[in-house]
Design a protein around this ligand. Structure first.
Ligand SMILES: [Cu+2]
Length: 355
């Protein structure tokens, strides 16, 4: 009870601080935080698994995938990366398998051979009178240039990979906001009617009965479309968490009070498991992430089944449109009803500024 009141106090404080900074965006953030505070109240008050089950049952027309569709999960005695299902992941795995490992192995073997050679050939018994040679210009030039070339050969594909990984999402990307809580995740879709789902770890017995991996299975999976870029934003409500799915080559810290963002494009349908990867408290190990990637039509079906909307019918664009109209006050200003699909508050701000 004390904890609940404390968290409400902290959130209210954060909301007040955000408001004090001024501006529409800040006000929106504050509103979101207040909503989140309400959610946590509810979550703390009700039995969480029950409300989650209700949400799943109230999803007509969408059936979740079975265990045969699992494509990303840890395996027993696994000692290397999980198979990758994104382009960035494939690129990274290729860098590791085709360049880094061969270079590491070759250099290690080369040094080992030199050491053995020195130990055997130049031991005191075989070589009683040691050479007093101290310099060899040719050798020194070679052992400077060759390592430099090796480093360059690693640096080019490595920097290229960083560029792929942090390429900003295109304007029409689907936005998902993942919020870490002690100790579960919520996912909201600001461009699809701002609906939000809560994802708790599935009860261990229930997961085993369904043939799903215990400690990884969740009650409500994050359903995402395949083949299109997703603007995945992370934040946290209490302490730092980290949103990580190894088979999708995705790991991004979720930090209270800020939004981190990275683009995610999943190549094929399937279930991909991950875990919170930032030590966040007592139940850090019990807040798994489960992504269900499906074709676009199936995703739209899921969005509707969760009470979401499609095609830019969002509160945000409805709010933004009158702002543009008021700022420009000219005939070519978009009426509220005709707000473009991708209108965001920043677009509106830009439009307002340019007029
Ligand atoms: Cu966590």
């Amino acid at each position: 009870m004390i904890l609940r009141n404390f968290s409400r106090f902290v959130l209210a404080g954060a909301a007040a601080a955000t408001l004090a900074m001024g501006g529409t965006v800040a006000a929106q953030d504050a509103a979101t935080e207040t909503e989140q505070a309400a959610t946590v109240e509810q979550a703390a008050g009700d039995a969480v698994p029950d409300s989650a089950t209700d949400a799943a049952e109230a999803a007509p027309g969408y059936e979740y995938m079975g265990p045969e569709m699992i494509k990303g999960q840890p395996e027993e005695w696994g000692w290397t990366f999980q198979p990758q299902h994104t382009d960035a992941g494939e690129q990274a795995l290729t860098l590791h398998n085709a360049i880094l490992m061969p270079v590491i192995v070759a250099i290690s073997l080369f040094v080992l051979v030199l050491l053995l050679l020195v130990i055997v050939k130049y031991r005191r018994g075989a070589n009683p009178k040691p050479s007093r040679t101290t310099h060899n210009t040719m050798l020194e030039v070679v052992w400077t240039i060759v390592p430099a070339l090796i480093l360059l050969g690693i640096a080019i594909p490595s920097i290229n990979l960083i560029r792929t990984q942090y390429k900003p999402a295109p304007a029409d990307a689907i936005t998902v906001k993942a919020t870490g809580w002690q100790w579960y995740w919520t996912y909201s879709f600001p461009d699809n009617g701002e609906f939000e789902i809560t994802s708790n770890m599935m009860d261990i017995d229930e997961a085993e009965a369904k043939g799903l991996p215990s400690h990884l299975a969740v009650d409500n999976r994050l359903v995402l479309p395949v083949g299109v870029p997703i603007r995945l934003q992370t934040t946290a409500a209490d302490v730092i968490h980290s949103f990580a799915i190894p088979s999708l080559w995705f790991k991004l810290d979720a930090v209270p009070g800020r939004i981190n963002e990275k683009v995610l494009t999943i190549n094929e349908p399937g279930i991909y498991y991950g875990q919170c990867s930032e030590l966040c408290g007592a139940r850090h190990g019990y807040m798994p992430i489960a992504i269900e990637a499906v074709p676009m039509e199936r995703w739209e079906q899921w969005v509707l089944s969760q009470g979401g909307s499609l095609g830019g019918d969002t509160a945000e664009s409805n709010e933004a449109a009158p702002l543009v109209a008021a700022a420009s006050a000219s005939e070519d200003a978009a009426p509220a009803g005709e707000a473009p699909i991708e209108t965001t508050s920043s677009d509106a701000a830009e439009a307002g500024a340019s007029n």
